[in-house]
Design a protein around this ligand. Structure first.
Ligand code: NAP
Length: 252
């Protein structure tokens, strides 16, 4: 349960080695030495992430196995995690960028992106929401993307998965109204992380720290949708209404 000043005391990161997930855990854990659980596939990467979170001032930092693709395990995993403690914040940061060209050449590449980014994330989000509802408090932070707002030709496989997850997260948030639990949908543009390593930075780029600051603000203010940077909200409000014949010619 958050303390009297609203500081977070327990955080779960699903996709625990994510650069954005780690930055959010560091930001939220720092003020009160919150306890953190990092859940993911790669034990070594999780240990390295745990050291970074501890270094930022977290209290107890544990790691545990989580595979977004293994949806059959999600119910039991959520049960186990929430039996150990309540969570003030659960960050859903698992995701893959995929390779658009490869996905267009072989549908199985696309299915793999959708399996992780939509099916896997939606599945664990549903499980987590049940426990947040039972707790009567807690925030699920879902890493969507600006790509979800209007799906672009250049990365429509990833964008479609994020659009599905974004819609699911909004609906889940609506279903939690008046339960004490809630959902924040985060829509970053390009963020400099290992996911985007080697790619040319684009306008409206940001950092994991900027995403973490925005999430921290949203938790304090009760916002439901967060754009990073905030100016992307206006940009996308315009782009959303650009006629399709024009939109598909834009260099996006
Ligand atoms: N970077 C950006 O520009 C950007 C922009 C908008 C939204 N996002 C979203 O933000 C989230 C975090 O991304 P990031 O930028 O922090 O990239 P990142 O550092 O590459 O983090 C992605 C994380 O997802 C994990 N993951 C992948 N597949 C998984 C699976 N099947 N089960 C469990 N974990 C899995 C990876 O762990 P492994 O070590 O196991 O691979 C990795 O820790 C993602 O959802 C991404 O789509 C990123």
């Amino acid at each position: 349960m958050r303390d009297a000043l609203g500081a977070v005391q327990s955080v779960l990161v699903l996709g625990g080695s994510s650069d954005i997930g780690v930055a959010i855990a560091q930001k939220l854990a720092r003020p009160r030495g919150a306890s953190v659980v990092l859940a993911g596939r790669d034990a070594a990467a999780l240990q390295a992430a745990a050291a970074r979170v501890r270094g930022a001032g977290a209290g107890i930092v544990d790691t545990t196995a989580f595979d977004a693709d293994d949806v059959d395990s999600h119910g039991e995993l959520a049960q186990k995690l929430f039996a150990q403690r309540d969570y003030d914040v659960v960050v859903l940061a698992a995701g893959v960028l995929g390779d658009q060209a490869a996905a267009e050449a072989d549908y199985r590449e696309a299915v793999a992106v959708w399996r992780t980014n939509f099916l896997g994330c939606a599945s664990i989000a549903m499980c987590v929401a049940q426990h947040l509802r039972r707790q009567g408090h807690g925030t699920l932070v879902v890493l969507s993307s600006v790509a979800a707002e209007r799906v672009r030709r250049s990365n429509f496989v990833y964008g479609a998965a994020k659009a599905g997850l974004d819609g699911l997260a909004q609906g889940l948030g609506d279903s939690l109204v008046a339960t004490g639990a809630r959902v924040i949908v985060v829509r970053p543009g390009f963020v400099t992380t290992k996911m985007t390593q080697g790619r040319e930075s684009v306008p409206f780029s940001s950092t994991p720290q900027a995403v973490a600051d925005a999430v921290d603000n949203a938790i304090r203010r009760g916002s439901e949708i967060v754009w990073v940077p905030a100016s992307l909200r206006l940009v996308m409000a315009v782009l959303r209404h650009v006629p399709r014949v024009v939109f598909r010619r834009l260099p996006l």
